[in-house]
Design a protein around this ligand. Structure first.
Ligand SMILES: [Zn+2]
Length: 250
């Protein structure tokens, strides 16, 4: 453990989402516990355990992912970058920490423009003065790239969310372009072509639908896991856990 401590002197960066409300940034799970502190949020065991959070074998602690993917897919909540400190339980894709602060937040789609954006920005400036506010996750991530956790012996699986999104857009666009290009074909020829090529066209249509459904399901699966250790069957592997201490200078 002493080695781990040396490797993560300082803070460990993570990605997660919050619900943006009028009075603060609430965790998606256990929102009834109130919004996160504007300074440093300290974990408490929400599972009713009588131990300091996080604890092995319990689900408590402030969770975040090592890579932004799953934490930036959903459009409803606000995506954020957090900096964890104190004791942390490290999993293969994310961690649970004793304490963390919100380094940066990107406004959700619903609060990106107009009066909603103004209101949100005012609240964030007031309650989270040291948190950087972005209007899109893309810029936030450019300024806050993931930490290399390889030094901790952790190699999180590659982040596929961006690939899925890109492929989804490409598949959708390809068909739209194909359909519009049919307009360029003389009217009589369209029926003729359809008659000649209908088995292929049918196959393409089915393949298109199937790939769209598959991609959407994959994206939904990424969105469906609010955090490591939350819910069952998630990406959090208990056997990959280990305990380390970050922010030794605290
Ligand atoms: Zn607990």
């Amino acid at each position: 453990m002493t080695d781990d401590r040396a490797l993560v002197a300082g803070e460990l960066r993570g990605y997660r989402q919050f619900e943006l409300r009028d009075d603060g940034l609430y965790p998606l799970v256990h929102g009834d516990a109130g919004p996160w502190s504007g300074e440093v949020e300290h974990a408490r065991c929400q599972a009713g355990g009588d131990h300091p959070a996080p604890a092995r074998g319990c689900r408590c602690g402030l969770y975040a992912w090592y890579l932004p993917g799953a934490a930036t897919v959903a459009l409803g909540p606000a995506s954020a970058v957090v900096a964890a400190r104190g004791r942390s339980v490290l999993g293969d894709r994310g961690f649970r920490a004793a304490a963390a602060r919100i380094e940066a937040v990107s406004l959700p789609v619903t609060a990106r423009w107009g009066p909603a954006s103004k209101r949100a920005r005012r609240m964030l400036a007031e309650r989270y003065p040291s948190t950087k506010v972005y209007s899109s996750p893309r810029r936030m991530l450019a300024d806050h790239p993931p930490h290399d956790v390889g030094a901790l012996g952790i190699h999180p699986p590659p982040d596929r969310s961006r690939t899925y999104r890109a492929v989804l857009v490409a598949v959708w666009a390809a068909v739209v372009v194909a359909v519009y290009s049919l307009v360029a074909v003389p009217r009589g020829r369209t029926a003729e072509l359809a008659e000649q090529w209908w088995p292929l066209l049918l196959l393409l249509a089915v393949a298109w639908q199937a790939s769209l459904v598959w991609l959407v399901v994959r994206l939904m699966a990424l969105q469906g896991s609010p955090g490591p250790g939350v819910g069952t069957g998630g990406p959090w592997k208990e056997e990959a856990e280990r305990t380390t201490t970050t922010g030794a200078n605290e």
